[in-house]
Write a new protein. Sequence first.
Length: 257
Amino acid sequence: MVQIETVNVQVAGISLFGEIRTPSEGGATPTLCVCHGIPSGQPPDPTDGGYPLLAEKFTRAGFVTLIFNFRGTGQSGGDFDILGWTEDLKAAIDYLWERKNVDRSQVFVMGFSGGAAASAYLAAHDLRVTGLVLCACPAGFRGFDGPDGTDFSIEHFREIGMIRNKDFPTSREQWRNSFREVTPVNCIDRISPRPLLIIHGQADDLIDVSQARRLYEKAGEPKEIAVIEGAGHRLRQNEEAMRVALQWLLGHTSAHH
């Protein structure tokens, strides 16, 4: 029996909406915080069970699992900026840290795409993260309105509803610089000696697999990389990618369920 609770995490006057799932066994349990990517602005696919489905899977495998909406997305307040996302993740870890059923020595983070970038940055600066799984993580956010077709303009995020306040950001320059600040390839070497797993789709058309290899080369030990043949950008929906992630996580927890 998986128990689900709705949570509200406060950070800098912003309310973040999330859900925490707990496996039936009592006691302090290995814990996983899952970080979503930057929404595409496309209408959701009705056949996609989303992050709740993923959280269910990891909870059934024995992890207390937290999923939440970063600022500017879903039911959370605030406006999107990537440095703000790293603060949101820190607040989520603070929240987990205070829970009785969380084993503080086993708090893992798994991020996807933009959420993976925020995860890498936070883990590099916060030793409470025990281990890190990066899925479809960019090495950096080069050329924001980049040749890869991703539109990283303030106007774009306003249009898709991630920047909601007409006076945000107060400084466009600072907003853009936050992407430079959160460049995963610049901080990935600070994860070591904590374990790192990088998962990337061979056929990712949004973030080329070469970016995963750059991250892997720069990272310290222990590190692993899994390139999933035929997989695209949305690794959450790829069974093989999520199987690899789960096996790795179970292999790094001290109490095998």
